[in-house]
Each structure stands twice: as structure tokens, then as C-alpha cells.
Write a protein that binds this ligand. Structure first.
Ligand code: NAD
Length: 290
């Protein structure tokens, strides 16, 4: 086992750099285009975590000069009402990106709403057309969290080509698109999930281990190959002994940092990158539409 502690991949710092670049780009383009880029974040109900995410996104938009067209709907809003709002935003020339903040209240069908978003305004990259483009290796809007992971790896010059990557988690939001993005960069990719019998045996093969599960401390030091790159996508709220709540990832940070070569902190790692990629997607739709 190596004795040095892992270098932290600072998603917060990189996201700030991306905001500065986007802000400069918008300042240059806006006089010719005649309007700023626009993003509409739709939220339904009162989930406090979702409300915090939406606030973060709107704050980041304000910082770089993206206009927010966000709307907050009461829990009892119907599918049809939301579809009408999405159709209006699809037609609205001031809007370049539309996203529906998940999860939605149980009476609403998120998948069918995602289908209603114009794929060229799909800032979250979750429309089946954009996921299909990813599968085919065609350009298109990419889902934000996996795109943020890839950008972070690139920033730290971590070459994934020919490396063994293990993605833990197979959701359509993170695990699957992340595996496809790693594959596109020539990694050898395995996907582990809740039905994988011996998780540690798989994770120990990883040169690059990526956890997107939603279980605090699932990945412990004995599950990590010494010198591996460990990317923690998980965001879990836990209470410590004093009853204070804090955010942790899926990786047992204190033990794994003694084994890994690189590690993302939570918070300040992948989460910060997700918002930066959302803004970048909005700006690239803006550019493409002009
Ligand atoms: P999800 O619940 O949709 O998927 C979780 C996946 O983990 C499933 O595919 C499941 O098979 C797998 N899994 C569950 N238990 C497991 C186990 N014991 N061993 C191995 N695999 C197991 O969740 P999601 O939407 O993919 O999110 C995963 C985590 O990432 C959550 O903590 C979420 O909050 C976080 N997240 C973070 C960001 C970010 O910006 N950093 C964005 C999205 C999600």
C-alpha cells in the first residue's frame, strides 16, 4: 500500500474557471446576438434538496450572465400543465436550455416529460435522442454529471485510454452515460450494480473507480487498488454524532485517501462540476442556435 495521501480533484476550483470562461464568452457574443443565453429550470413541489439545487443553478446562471426562466409549480400540478409549459419554452426564442428538476412528485411521469423537451434545448442531456447520440458517438448535449467527471479527469491529465474503469451504479442519470463516455475515451469499462455478487472483487481491478450509488461509505479502502483514481459521485446527507447534518459521498473518504492516487471530495468535487456542465450545455445550445 502506498503511504502518501491522494491528491484531491478540485471540482469547485475548476467550476469557477469554467464560469469565468463562460462569462467572457457571453460578454463577447451577446452584443451580436442581442440577448443573453437563457435557461429554464422547472421545479414541482417542495423537496428541500431539489430547492437547494435549483437555487445553486440559478445563482450560477446569474454569475455568468445566463437569464433564468425558472418556474416553481405546486405539487398538484398536472402532467398536461407541465407539457404545455415545456411546449411554450420549446418555442420561446429567449430560452436555450430547459430542464426538469428530478425527482418529481409520484403522480407525474418524468420520462414522458423529458420526451417533450426539444432535444436541442435539452440542457441536462437526458432526452432519448441525446442519449442515443452518446451511444452512437455523435455530437450532442451530454448529461451533466458524467460530462463533469470527464472534464475533471481531463483537467488533471488523467488519461483513461486503455485503463480499467469500474463504474458502480447503472442509473440512466449517471452510471450508464458515464460508462459510455469512458468507453468513448477508450477505457475498458465494467459496470457494477446492486446485483453484483462480489463488489470488492470488481472494484479492486479498477485503475479508475467511479461510485454513483447513493450509499455512504460503500467504498472502503480494502476495495480500492493502491494508486487508483477514485471519483465519488454520491451525495448523501448524514447526521454526525453531534446531530449535525453534513454531506458525504459513497466513498469512505478518510480511509480511501490513504490508498488512492487521486480522489474527489464531497462536497467540492463532482457536484460543482455538474452545475458548470449545465451552464456549458446552455451556452453551447445558444451558440448553435445562432
Ligand atoms: P440511483 O438510485 O438511480 O442509482 C443507484 C445505482 O446504484 C443503481 O444502479 C443500483 O444498481 C446501484 N446500487 C445500489 N446499491 C448498490 C450496492 N450495494 N452495490 C452496488 N451498486 C449498488 O441513483 P443516481 O441518480 O445514479 O445517483 C447516485 C448517487 O449520485 C446519489 O447519491 C445521488 O445523490 C448522486 N448524484 C450526484 C450528482 C452530482 O452532481 N454529484 C448528480 C446526480 C446524482
Amino acid at each position: 500500500m502506498q503511504s502518501t495521501t491522494a491528491e484531491l480533484l478540485d471540482g469547485k476550483a475548476l467550476s469557477e474557471q469554467i464560469y469565468t470562461q463562460l462569462q467572457q464568452q457571453i460578454q463577447q457574443q451577446q452584443p451580436q446576438i442581442g440577448r443573453p443565453p437563457g435557461l429554464a429550470v422547472l421545479m414541482v413541489g417542495d423537496n428541500p434538496a431539489s430547492a437547494a439545487y435549483v437555487r445553486n443553478k440559478e445563482r450560477a446562471c446569474a454569475k455568468v450572465g445566463i437569464a433564468s426562466f425558472g418556474r416553481h409549480f405546486p405539487t398538484e400540478t398536472t402532467q398536461q400543465e407541465l407539457e404545455q409549459v415545456i411546449h411554450a419554452l420549446n418555442q420561446d426564442d429567449r430560452v436555450d436550455g430547459i430542464l426538469v428538476q428530478l425527482p418529481l412528485p409520484p403522480h407525474l411521469d418524468a420520462i414522458s416529460l423529458l420526451y417533450q423537451i426539444d432535444p436541442d434545448k435539452d440542457a441536462d442531456g437526458l432526452h432519448p435522442i441525446n442519449l442515443g447520440r452518446l451511444v452512437r458517438g455523435e455530437p450532442g448535449l451530454r448529461s451533466c454529471t458524467p460530462a463533469g467527471v470527464m472534464r475533471l479527469l481531463q483537467e488533471y491529465k488523467i488519461d483513461v485510454k486503455g485503463k480499467q474503469a469500474v463504474v458502480v451504479g447503472r442509473s440512466i442519470l449517471v452510471g450508464k452515460p458515464l460508462a459510455l463516455m469512458l468507453l468513448a475515451e477508450d477505457a475498458t469499462v465494467a459496470i457494477a450494480h446492486s446485483r453484483t455478487p462480489d463488489l470488492a472483487a470488481i472494484t479492486r481491478t479498477a485503475d479508475i473507480l467511479l461510485a454513483a450509488v447513493g450509499r455512504p461509505s460503500l467504498i472502503t479502502a480494502d476495495m480500492v487498488k493502491p494508486g487508483a483514481v477514485v471519483i465519488d459521485v454520491g451525495i448523501n446527507r448524514i447526521e454526525d454524532e453531534g446531530g449535525k447534518s453534513r454531506l458525504v459521498g459513497d466513498v469512505d473518504f478518510d480511509s480511501v485517501r490513504n490508498v488512492a492516487q487521486f480522489l474527489t471530495p464531497v462536497p467540492g468535487g463532482v457536484g460543482a462540476m455538474t452545475v458548470a456542465m449545465l451552464l456549458q450545455n446552455t451556452v453551447s445550445s445558444y451558440n448553435r442556435r445562432h
